[in-house]
Design a protein around this ligand. Structure first.
Ligand code: SAM
Length: 250
């Protein structure tokens, strides 16, 4: 995620030892950093295009990586954050390689989620924490637990039914706000969060009322965080059952 900081030793060794490294990272400078670790680093960034379905982009990423694997190369895909968090291509590439009888592993990394816990001072164990992709939250009927944190990924492309835009306009975000307003008051505080991708930057932590979200500036790398709106409620029936078990065990 952050240039010069977030790369575990084993992931670095995979990058250094691969014959070919395919890279899809958070920042052009991070891409330059990876280029210094291997002589054959190929960017996956040109596969993204406004108007092209991201599902096509992800399929092409898997295809180019697997083509090199089939040709006999040791291949590393270097994806920013955690390669398996809100990221389809790395999971698919690993699964496809294994289906074809090749060894494939995924190294965990430091995701936007990990950064936000540190930067926003959130412990997900305190009240629980639910994570949804913004469009999926809008397209499907979900039950939001307002006594836990809610983290909404990809709010900058909320409501993009074709998964082909780089951003969606305010009217789409208003639909997201209307949905969230079924569970949260419109003055509920939410945070637009962007982890720093370079050690010279500070994270963006902007707190605003839910009603103001449509007018907020949201980037492709923004994440939205809503703190709990309601207290935890005790499950008295279940606690009573457990008390009976405790009594029986005495
Ligand atoms: N694999 C990545 C990870 O582990 O963080 C996530 C990739 S997902 C396709 C893209 C989404 O991740 C963004 O829309 C945003 O919600 C989140 N994200 C990516 N970079 C971020 C950053 N610098 N700060 C906060 N959230 C970020």
């Amino acid at each position: 995620m952050t240039l010069g900081a977030h790369l575990a030793p084993r992931a670095r060794s995979h990058i250094e030892q691969a014959d070919v490294v395919f890279v899809a990272v958070s920042d052009p400078l991070v891409e330059l950093w990876v280029q210094q670790m291997n002589r054959d680093v190929r960017s996956l960034q040109p596969l993204y295009r406004e108007g092209k379905p991201r599902t096509d982009t992800y399929r092409e990423m898997v295809d180019v990586m697997l083509a090199e694997v089939r040709a006999g190369s040791t291949v590393c895909g270097a994806f920013y954050g955690h390669p398996g968090v809100f990221a389809q291509a790395p999971h698919r590439a690993v699964a496809q390689a294994r289906r074809e009888g090749f060894d494939a592993v995924m190294e965990p990394g430091i995701s936007a989620e990990d950064c936000l816990y540190a930067d926003l001072g959130i412990d997900p164990g305190e009240t629980g924490c639910q994570h949804y992709e913004a469009s999926q939250l809008m397209f499907y009927q979900r039950r939001i637990d307002t006594s836990a944190y809610l983290v909404v990924w990809q709010p900058g492309v909320a409501g993009d039914r074709g998964y082909r835009r780089f951003s969606t306009p305010a009217a789409y975000r208003q639909v997201l706000v209307d949905l969230l307003a079924e569970d949260y008051p419109l003055d509920h505080e939410c945070t637009v969060y962007e982890a720093a991708t370079s050690p010279l930057q500070s994270p963006r932590i902007e707190t605003l009322a839910l009603r103001d979200l449509p007018a907020a500036s949201l980037a492709a790398h923004s994440t939205l965080v809503l703190p709990p709106a309601t207290p935890l409620r005790r499950n008295e029936a279940l606690l009573a059952r457990l008390a009976l078990l405790d009594d029986a065990a005495r």
